[in-house]
Design a protein around this ligand. Structure first.
Ligand SMILES: [Zn+2]
Ligand SMILES: [Zn+2]
Length: 332
């Protein structure tokens, strides 16, 4: 028996009577984090990490029923004991640990990373029998530089350009706030925010995360105001009418995809900063090792490649679990 199985509705734990990050509307959804491909509206009840309550409400609306669990807090559902543990991906992200008398311990990682991120609790490696891992960047070519250094470079590129604005494109939930948290360690100067980022940034602040000062872009009156300013905006704003207000901006994209040669130029950015909220190849392999799991089920992205490596080089029972999610950092 599989304690967790892939169904049309998403990952089902029948013994516990819940789905994990369901794609459809279900009675009980255990949600690993608030990215749109994991937390969808329409379910009756959402079980989530306590630290994700503010961001989940910002995403799903105030009327949803949320049950927040502290990290490590054990709760019985049907025949299983469930607990949530830090995944280090974004604020409130969680791995789902499920314990069953006969089936042992299963851990569903959700999205995760191992690098330092001042906006969320660090990933915790959990011993288990079966580990369900993501593999968004599951190819050896992906190996991240130190994120503190990357944001230092971003800061230096901004500081070097005083005559024109600097536009950094990045995902509105997670990446933007991570950059702001790193910048808070470097400067008191306020950063301009695209409107699409305000609600979630406010939810981070309500959750107690320290971020650099921000101002909405719309409050800046004239073009000359933008000279020398740093602006964070979502990738969808690139080459949009919204962007026309900025005179000769220098542009940059902050993403794991910037690790691939030629991506920056192909996408039309002057700078590329390699900054990902997902595990790189060395972290994926190291994490699987640390869990001690004999069976690994791989979702997201390059699941075939990672599963094959784990079988052939590590002798594990590893198979892809199908493409369940689009991936928040999926190829746009
Ligand atoms: Zn995610
Ligand atoms: Zn995802």
């Amino acid at each position: 028996m599989a304690l967790v199985e892939a169904t049309a509705e998403g990952l089902l734990c029948a013994a516990g009577g819940f789905y994990i990050d369901p794609t459809g509307s279900v009675t009980r959804a255990v949600v690993t984090h608030a990215h749109a491909d994991h937390a969808r509206p329409g379910s009756v009840e959402y079980v989530c990490a306590e630290s994700s309550l503010e961001v989940l409400r910002a995403r799903l609306g105030d009327e949803v029923t949320l049950v927040g669990l502290g990290y490590g807090e054990r709760r019985r559902f049907g025949d299983v004991v469930l607990s949530l543990h830090p995944a280090g991906h974004v604020l409130g992200s969680a791995q789902v640990r499920i314990e069953h008398e006969r089936e042992g311990v299963w851990v569903v990682s959700g999205d995760y990373k191992r690098e330092r991120d001042p906006t969320c609790a660090p990933f915790e490696a959990l011993p288990c029998d079966t580990f369900v891992s993501e593999a968004t960047f599951g190819l050896p070519v992906y190996s991240w530089p130190d994120p503190t250094e990357v944001v230092r470079e971003l800061f230096a590129a901004w500081r070097a350009e005083r005559a024109h604005p600097t536009l950094v494109f990045c995902y509105a939930f997670g990446k933007a706030q991570r950059i702001l948290a790193h910048l808070a360690e470097l400067t008191d100067e306020p950063v301009l925010l695209h409107g699409a980022m305000e609600k979630l940034t406010a939810a981070y602040r309500r959750s107690g995360v320290t971020l650099a000062k921000t101002e909405p872009v719309s409050d800046s009156a004239s073009r000359s105001d933008y000279a020398g300013r740093l602006v964070l905006c979502p990738p969808s704003a690139h080459r949009s009418p919204w962007m026309k207000r900025f005179k000769s901006p220098q542009t940059a994209f902050a993403s794991g995809w910037m690790a691939v040669r030629g991506q920056k130029t192909r996408r039309g950015y002057e700078h590329g900063f390699v900054l990902s909220d997902h595990a790189d190849w060395p972290s994926l392999v190291r994490t699987v090792e640390q869990t001690g799991a004999k069976r690994v089920l791989v979702t997201h992205g390059s699941s075939e490649a990672l599963a094959r490596y784990l079988r052939e080089a590590r002798g594990l029972d590893a198979v892809p679990l199908g493409q369940l999610y689009e991936g928040d950092e999926g190829e746009p």
